[in-house]
Write a protein that binds this ligand. Structure first.
Ligand SMILES: Cc1cc2nc3c(=O)[nH]c(=O)nc-3n(C[C@H](O)[C@H](O)[C@H](O)COP(=O)(O)O)c2cc1C
Length: 177
């Protein structure tokens, strides 16, 4: 056995990586790449997304109390790195990463076109967790593109997962077509 405490979180990867979209009270929009997230309740449906307190996204989520999870496809790998390395205070990441916004049904934060799945959430609780806030979101709406989500599961190889560092991986299951 070898102690690797400095990399503790890597033991819980790979994780589905997604675009976390948010909005401010003056109509501004932002997007960041995010991998630290999990479902926490089915009844009512709730998830947690973890965002560093220093990120612009954290400021916007606290301001409008809403956010959306946009799950990318393989074609969006480059956008994952752009949205995961620049701050929305400095650049319009939608433009820079060539991500097209679409209107959400329940929140003012935008959704991202051509993704594989979308979850709209209302913030119910912010948990102070070290350098992050763990944002608890009540799930308001969940949509998928049927090409990527079949029999209530992601299709083999369809969605990027973050292994750690600069590594994106895809799961492969020969039994799932
Ligand atoms: C693959 C990937 C996963 C990431 N996951 C997270 C995460 O779970 N939580 C987080 O706070 N930042 C995460 N980041 C870093 C943010 O996306 C990055 O710091 C971003 O520039 C913050 O943008 P903002 O300041 O516009 O909100 C991740 C970056 C990448 C590339």
């Amino acid at each position: 056995m070898r102690e690797v405490k400095e990399n503790f979180y890597r033991l819980l990867h790979p994780k589905v990586v997604f675009f976390l979209t948010s909005a401010g009270k003056n109509g501004e929009h932002n997007v960041m790449s995010c991998a630290w997230a999990t479902p926490v309740s089915e009844e009512p449906p709730m998830i947690i997304v973890c965002v560093a307190k220093s990120h612009y996204t954290a400021e916007l989520i606290l301001e409008k109390r809403e956010f959306a999870v946009n799950i990318p496809t393989k074609e969006m790998e480059k956008a994952i790195w752009i949205c995961g390395s620049k701050s929305g205070t400095k650049v319009d990441k939608f433009k820079e990463a060539q991500l097209e916004k679409i209107k959400a049904d329940h929140i003012s934060a935008p959704l991202i076109k051509n993704c594989a799945g979308w979850i709209e959430c209302r913030l119910t609780q912010s948990i102070d967790a070290g350098e992050c806030y763990a944002f608890v979101g009540e799930v308001l709406s969940v949509k998928v593109d049927d090409r990527y989500f079949k029999r209530a599961m992601w299709v083999s190889g369809a969605i990027p997962m973050h292994l750690g560092g600069r590594k994106i991986v895809y799961f492969k299951d020969e039994k799932l077509a």
